[in-house]
Ligand binder design. Sequence first.
Ligand SMILES: *[C@@H]1O[C@H](CO)[C@@H](O)[C@H](O)[C@H]1NC(C)=O
Ligand SMILES: *[C@@H]1O[C@H](CO)[C@@H](O)[C@H](O)[C@H]1NC(C)=O
Ligand SMILES: *[C@@H]1O[C@H](CO)[C@@H](O)[C@H](O)[C@H]1NC(C)=O
Ligand SMILES: *[C@@H]1O[C@H](CO)[C@@H](O)[C@H](O)[C@H]1NC(C)=O
Ligand SMILES: *[C@@H]1O[C@H](CO)[C@@H](O)[C@H](O)[C@H]1NC(C)=O
Ligand SMILES: *[C@@H]1O[C@H](CO)[C@@H](O)[C@H](O)[C@H]1NC(C)=O
Ligand SMILES: *[C@@H]1O[C@H](CO)[C@@H](O)[C@H](O)[C@H]1NC(C)=O
Ligand SMILES: *[C@@H]1O[C@H](CO)[C@@H](O)[C@H](O)[C@H]1NC(C)=O
Ligand SMILES: *[C@@H]1O[C@H](CO)[C@@H](O)[C@H](O)[C@H]1NC(C)=O
Length: 623
Amino acid sequence: MFLSKASLLILLRILTAAVHSKADVPLPPKPEPIDIIELPLPPVSDGSDGSCTTEIDPLGTGCILRHGGLIQSGSFLPDGKHVIASVNYTGAPDPESIYTGGQLILIKSDGTTFPSGSPFKCITCGIPQDNAVGRADILDYPQAFRDGKRILSGTSIIDCGKFDLSSDECVPESTYIYPIRWNTAVDGSGEGGVIRELRLHPDNMHIGFNSFTYTSGRLGQNGYVGRLQFNPSPTTGLPLAPRYDLVNVNILVADGTRNKTLVIEGNQIRVDPNAIVVGEFRGFSGSGKEATYIGYPRESSNIDVFAVDLTTGAVRRLTSHPEYCDPIDISADDEWIAIMDTRGTNRQMFMAGMRNIPPITDLVSSTAASSTRNNGGRRFFRPYLLDKYGDRGDYYGQLINAAGDGSPGSINDPQWNGRADPRFSFDTTQLVYWEALTVAPACGGNNPLPCPNSTEPGGRTERVMVAHFTSRKPVPLTDVEPLNDTIPWATPYEPGYVPMLYVPGGEYVMHGAVAGSAQITIVTDAERLIVESVAVKYDNFSDDGLTFLDGTENVTTHNPTPTLNEVDWYSNLVQTGQTNATKVTSPDGFHLSIDAMTNIFNANGTLSTMINGTLYTQPANGT
Ligand SMILES: *[C@@H]1O[C@H](CO)[C@@H](O)[C@H](O)[C@H]1NC(C)=O
Ligand SMILES: *[C@@H]1O[C@H](CO)[C@@H](O)[C@H](O)[C@H]1NC(C)=O
Ligand SMILES: *[C@@H]1O[C@H](CO)[C@@H](O)[C@H](O)[C@H]1NC(C)=O
Ligand SMILES: *[C@@H]1O[C@H](CO)[C@@H](O)[C@H](O)[C@H]1NC(C)=O
Ligand SMILES: *[C@@H]1O[C@H](CO)[C@@H](O)[C@H](O)[C@H]1NC(C)=O
Ligand SMILES: *[C@@H]1O[C@H](CO)[C@@H](O)[C@H](O)[C@H]1NC(C)=O
Ligand SMILES: *[C@@H]1O[C@H](CO)[C@@H](O)[C@H](O)[C@H]1NC(C)=O
Ligand SMILES: *[C@@H]1O[C@H](CO)[C@@H](O)[C@H](O)[C@H]1NC(C)=O
Ligand SMILES: *[C@@H]1O[C@H](CO)[C@@H](O)[C@H](O)[C@H]1NC(C)=O
């Protein structure tokens, strides 16, 4: 057999690539033993005056709402014996009590109690007003600093000075709440930009966050990373009180060579797997070297989590299962990933089940593909454990809450839905996550699903669970290298910056890496700022030589309001080869109207996917 020099080189490259990837990415781990316990939560009352009686709350440490009483569980404290949670108090038997409204509490997670006899300690209750000027209502995503003395939550830093938060010395009078301000005004005035979903970098000096953008009436968002700088006496901007200013803010938008997944070159479009396109920032790895984010899809309608190295810009796709993934935590030693994912529920398979479709219609369909994951307040998330390399081959991780018989209130009761975020203990031996019970209108009334009765004390509709990885040894916490203020591939933020992601309309072609092609039509709005419609015709398109794609697909999206997506979708796709699959809409198309803030499924027409003879259909309206 004669091989040209070029073929030999290619062969060599394939062989070394195979050897290299085998050496780099080991076989997936075997499932490990997991014990799950439920943490206590304060007693519930209905919130009316006097409803938190001594009978319900004998210790007088406060009642929370039956529904919405637990707003969110957060991280462990560094000792691994306390979990921080955000709760909504209804009061206590003493009408003058400090247990009212949204507060942060510590929950003992080792079965012990505080000196009060209660497993709870409120951290933010009763803080003198002078210690908390500019206090914000929202205390979501509570995360402990490594010193055990401070918490990042909402847009605030809660600081107990020299005292451990769990110690008796940490009292309301010694606790301060400092707001975090992001200056977005050229003259430095005002309250600053709206920042959401803050995550603490493990160097405890930087944070990441998201902020919304609006382009031509369509909602978008960018991720950011900046440094916290304490400002004891600010002279500009609000509040004029001790606060943290965000400095050296980077926008997680890559430089020109890597800022788009779909790269346009003349009349050709190709997919750049190394592009950094942060749809939503989600957090940092344990060492803080990487940021995690929901990225522009790599495969059509398949929403995944990615990690990007904050220095080199190297991108890793952590999940690839067709179902929807979003909340994620990486253990402090970087070895483990915990996610909340709809995998295994078949929620998204009607839309995302067909693999290896290039992410082209996603220019207009990815918001809809994200929004169909919930039914309003009902998430379809379940917690999964993955090793540091993430999904690969047929490894899609270990279901963490697999124990139980599925009965009401059991560990794997499908009516208890996972919520954001799961968090590892700092020593990686535990994971805390929380769940919410399906409630009306996601059940009951016109909904075919009867509402489940809560089996929790007082009929509570949220619960906090801790998974113990019983075969693991605690991993000591190591020092973290401080993040460089400059993220070389990102965009430095300047007040007044207006983000712009411009994709020109026109006719394009994408060639399959192995065979075939796709003819693409992109239509923008009149101002040519946003894409409104994408149509694709596939002809024996194949990137891997294993599956081949034929047929047509087009999606058009209008936004009557920034968050409301009206989507007209036509698919007639056939995949052959290693997998036989179809993705088809009814002849009159699939028409979805969905608000990205409420996520209530409302469609006419059908979209369905058949994979190797298994049919996946869309949820019924309102379910
Ligand atoms: C607590 O519940 C009350 C009553 O439902 C509500 O008005 C308030 O917004 C809630 N607070 C938080 C922080 O969720
Ligand atoms: C992406 O890079 C190109 C080329 O440098 C530039 O024209 C475009 O504005 C960039 N987009 C964003 C959002 O930065
Ligand atoms: C919930 O409890 C009510 C009252 O006991 C009962 O009628 C209903 O059938 C229960 N629902 C379910 C789903 O078991
Ligand atoms: C931080 O970034 C700056 C600018 O890119 C660079 O000059 C410097 O060497 C970096 N420092 C470290 C410690 O990586
Ligand atoms: C599709 O491409 C493959 C690989 O090049 C080729 O073997 C096959 O004949 C093509 N099929 C059609 C229908 O063109
Ligand atoms: C989408 O496809 C359908 C069915 O083939 C067709 O009727 C419609 O005109 C197409 N719409 C666009 C915007 O390409
Ligand atoms: C796909 O369909 C072809 C033609 O019907 C059949 O020969 C082949 O066995 C099918 N492959 C799979 C994986 O089902
Ligand atoms: C379809 O079946 C074939 C043959 O069993 C298998 O190799 C392939 O992985 C299946 N595809 C999917 C998406 O399950
Ligand atoms: C189908 O849904 C679209 C988009 O929500 C809507 O404009 C249209 O009126 C609906 N048609 C019918 C027959 O319900």
